[in-house]
Design a protein around this ligand. Structure first.
Ligand code: KIV
Ligand code: ZN
Length: 561
């Protein structure tokens, strides 16, 4: 890098706007979506998609709900032509979907494109030529009039060639892109677009799409929104046009450009899944749509199964969706930080307790379930995780609602393991630690067999008698006791035994469903004579037995020290 970038780079000069209205607007409805995955996205792949891949991709876009799909550049190569023909002749295009075909504003390519679309029901014929100051200077060596003539000549030819197609009943519409619009003088951009509208005989009933690309993103999104507002204000036949944007992402601001451009009056967006496309890509349709969704605006696109869409995308394009890609990345529903985990935990509890339908969970801007993601991977435990993290995993991944007092002890067990292995722990390993440390703590004291007898007296008090056989290593012994419940009865039964050195502190029990199997899980909190806390966990299909197993689990853990 150089010390004085000004000596090398020409900064963008913002429009001087006296008044701008777009900052006060809001996005209240989705744009008309147009996918350019199969054209802009495809042309930017190391290995462009083959016919089968393009067909699969096309069908996925249809399933998502995209109604306008740019299928390619049929005049550019035989393969592109064939794909267009297969889509039309193979009956792949639903009646409510419009295919869009791209062509440069050059007569022989336009003619070939008309051949390619024969027999289609709904078509947008999209033609373009470059209009920017830079392109006029270094590529075309032409003045504005010359550039305008290219566009209007193409418009005349397209208009003429459309007549038989329209007579045959094709729903044929037009789109014009002043390519490199973002680097074009705005008055000139409006002038050339107006000329195109006139040459295509656009009317309010038969609008032409004016697609305004940031072919290379060159300014902050607010400056771009100024340009859009200005452009629209200078377009005499505004009511004959649909204003479309085609943002690229060179500055990493494609989404903001699209959003602010919509505030400034754009009604249509050309985008790709996960932002594939030339260089840094096109604007990401998923992010844009989901941004609207979590602002309460139905984007009219369905990303309920984002993993399936991602899998198709990665397979067909051989590109990877980044781990931190908004809404779709592997890690975007994962909290590593302990304080984040605690807050997510509290948010979840708050939602459950308040029975609120509103999504109010810190650090999770969207319910992962809305895009088909599970809570399961939300929290992975590493050495940075707080004591609540492991309990959260137990609750959300496995349905075990550990009592608060037990969180530090189990958190410590998990922490020791993360320190030992030096990596994060997956939920399955956390469950294993729970199982090994609590549920499997069945020795040295084992309950061999037992029975309960229960009756309720006239005053409604219940009386439980416990009789059981216990084993301590090789010694088998009988115990019996009564109390006001199974736990009390058991404690009285073991009174006087060697194991009788604990006081009962607390107990919690709930049902748990693992697969079709419903069981009771009991968490027992005991304290030994030295004031040390011991927790135990018991599970059983019998709600009386679960706490006894829990008590033995706590006693056995204490016996091991
Ligand atoms: O980025 C661009 O300018 C384009 C046009 C062809 C619309 O892809
Ligand atoms: Zn593009």
């Amino acid at each position: 890098m150089i010390k004085d970038p000004m000596s090398k780079y020409i900064p963008f000069v913002p429009l001087k706007m006296e008044r701008r209205t777009w900052p006060d607007k809001e996005i209240t409805q989705p744009p008309i979506w147009c996918s350019v995955d199969l054209r802009d996205g495809n042309q930017a792949l190391v290995d462009p998609m083959n016919l089968q891949e393009k067909l699969e991709y096309f069908h996925t876009l249809v399933d998502i709900g995209v109604k306008e799909i740019e299928i390619g550049f049929p005049s550019a190569s035989e393969t592109e032509y064939e794909i267009c023909r297969e889509l039309i002749e193979g009956g792949h295009i639903p009646d409510d979907v419009t295919i869009q075909v791209l062509v440069q504003a050059r007569p022989h390519l336009i003619k070939k494109t008309f051949e390619a679309i024969q027999g289609a029901k709904n078509v947008i014929l999209h033609f373009y030529n470059s209009t920017s100051t830079l392109q006029r200077k270094v590529v075309f060596h032409m003045d504005m009039d010359g550039i305008t003539k290219i566009a209007t000549d193409a418009a005349d030819l397209i208009y003429e060639m459309s007549k038989p197609m329209l007579e045959q009943g094709m729903n044929l519409r037009y789109e014009y892109s002043p390519e490199s619009f973002m680097g074009t003088e705005m008055d000139y951009a409006a002038e050339i677009c107006q000329a195109v509208l006139e040459h295509l005989h656009a009317t309010p009933e038969s609008k032409v799409i004016l697609n305004l690309p940031t072919t290379v993103e060159n300014c902050m999104p607010n400056y771009f929104a100024d340009e859009i507002e200005y452009f629209i204000s200078k377009l005499p036949s505004r009511d004959c046009a649909i204003i479309s944007l085609h943002p690229h992402n060179d500055r990493g601001e494609g989404v903001a450009t699209a959003e602010m451009g919509m505030l400034a009056g754009a009604e249509r967006i050309e985008a790709t899944l996960f932002g594939n496309g030339e260089r840094t890509g096109n604007v990401d349709m998923v992010t844009l749509a989901m941004n609207m969704y979590i602002q309460g605006v139905d984007p009219k696109l369905d990303f309920s199964n984002i993993n399936k869409i991602k899998e198709m995308y990665e397979r067909c394009t051989k590109m990877k969706v980044g781990e931190r890609q908004p809404y779709a990345g592997e890690l975007v529903f994962t909290a590593f930080s302990g304080s984040h985990q605690d807050a997510i935990n509290k948010g979840t509890q708050y939602m459950e307790e308040s029975h609120s339908d509103k999504w109010e969970i810190p650090y999770l801007p969207i319910d992962p379930a809305d895009v088909g993601r599970e809570y399961e991977p939300i929290i992975r435990i590493n050495s940075q995780s707080g004591k609540g993290g492991a309990a959260f995993v137990m609750q959300h991944n496995f349905g075990f609602d550990l009592p608060k007092a037990m969180h530090p002890e189990f958190g410590h067990i998990v922490q020791v393991e993360t320190d030992r292995v030096g990596t994060e722990l997956k939920p399955e390993r956390i469950f294993q630690l729970f199982q090994e440390n609590y549920i499997d703590a069945v020795k040295p004291y084992e309950l061999v067999r037992h029975s309960f007898a229960e009756f309720t007296d006239e005053e409604g008090h219940s009386h439980v008698t416990f009789a059981g056989t216990l084993r301590h290593t090789d010694t088998v012994f009988q115990v019996q006791g009564s109390g006001n419940g199974p736990i009390d009865a058991f404690f009285n039964a073991i009174h006087g035994q060697k194991m009788d050195r604990f006081t009962f502190v607390d107990y919690k029990e709930h049902a748990i469903k693992q697969g079709s199997d419903s069981q009771a899980v009991a968490y027992i909190h005991l304290q030994d004579q030295d004031g040390r806390d011991w927790f135990g966990v018991g599970m059983s299909h019998n709600i009386n037995l679960a706490p006894l197993k829990g008590i033995l689990s706590a006693i056995n853990r204490a016996a091991k020290g």
